[in-house]
Design a protein. Sequence first.
Length: 339
Amino acid sequence: MNIQENYSLKNYNTFGVEASAKYFSEVKSLDQLTQILRNTSVQKFDLLFLGGGSNILFTQDFNGVVLQLNLKGVSERILNDNEVLVTSQAGENWHEFVQFCLNKNYGGLENLSLIPGNVGTSPMQNIGAYGTEIKDTFVSCKVLNLETLNVEEFDHEHCRFGYRESIFKREGKGKYVILEVTFKLTRKDHVIKTEYGAIKAELNNLGIENPTIQDISKAVINIRQSKLPDPKLIGNAGSFFKNPSIPIKEFLEVQTKYPQMPNYPNGEVVKIPAGWLIEQCGWKGKQMGNVASHELQALVLVNKTGFATGKEVFDFSTKIIESVTEKFGIDLEREVNVI
Ligand SMILES: Cc1cc2nc3c(=O)[nH]c(=O)nc-3n(C[C@H](O)[C@H](O)[C@H](O)COP(=O)(O)OP(=O)(O)OC[C@H]3O[C@@H](n4cnc5c(N)ncnc54)[C@H](O)[C@@H]3O)c2cc1C
């Protein structure tokens, strides 16, 4: 077991902010993981698990043990003519996993192409994009219970998925490490999801009328590359805030003042795009010190100069939250995990 001391996490978070871990280790197997967790010196410290570091903001050094999960491997089990179960270990890169499935012509994950991060983290916030969430194809995941150090299996219901939510972000927070995830994918009767206007428009651009799952992936990649900043070029963690959902009654009140407000009714609540709210408050493209709201997508906060501290990003996000509350009476919630 190789444990490093006072280890820089700058290359382990896509914001690219400087922070250090008191102890750091890369974990390549379940055995290695349990060995570290049984170590009585390790047990004295707080633990933090890291995947690709694309949904985390370090506002301070971490005075504990950071374990980067690098468990690798993908396996598959054909269920019938049309269905296959595909299981990926936590440390596989999400986009490479999606491409692996597409190369085998397994459908269901194509709309989630190019989302950064690792497979093991995908259930944490039920990652989603372009009309799809992992809950649509998720079957189960294996987790390590940090109290008992037993491996447990969580099925779909047990994970309590919601919009950018799961048990792992709520009552199970800090209690489990996700080790592997299994998805049920299609082998031939693929469900092509093009209801998002941007996908239709991009398929048009590409001159594709009857898209395959591979075409959908290509369209999603093109759209994402055209409007989202690449963390390798400019530090960011994607959408910094969740899109708020407010009760219909509250929405109707605020709509009288802002009739042009985009809205997506969903049962008893109405979802409002956080990017629109932020833009209306004048934040789109605005820079303060080393931090900015991205000029093409207000919802994405960026480490504009490369020298931002996590605290600066956090303070910038607080100012945005305050101004949205003041103007619309709507409270934004951070999607990014703040440490
Ligand atoms: C440019 C960009 C675009 C993005 N677009 C999207 C998008 O379209 N949709 C979307 O949903 N998200 C999006 N994201 C956010 C991010 O990619 C996802 O949330 C992703 O799942 C994070 O994975 P990660 O491995 O990088 O997580 P990390 O940042 O490493 O970890 C996130 C949290 O999960 C915990 N954690 C990590 N691994 C495990 C594990 N195995 N078990 C238990 N806890 C764990 C960490 O402690 C931390 O609290 C985007 C991010 C970027 C930078």
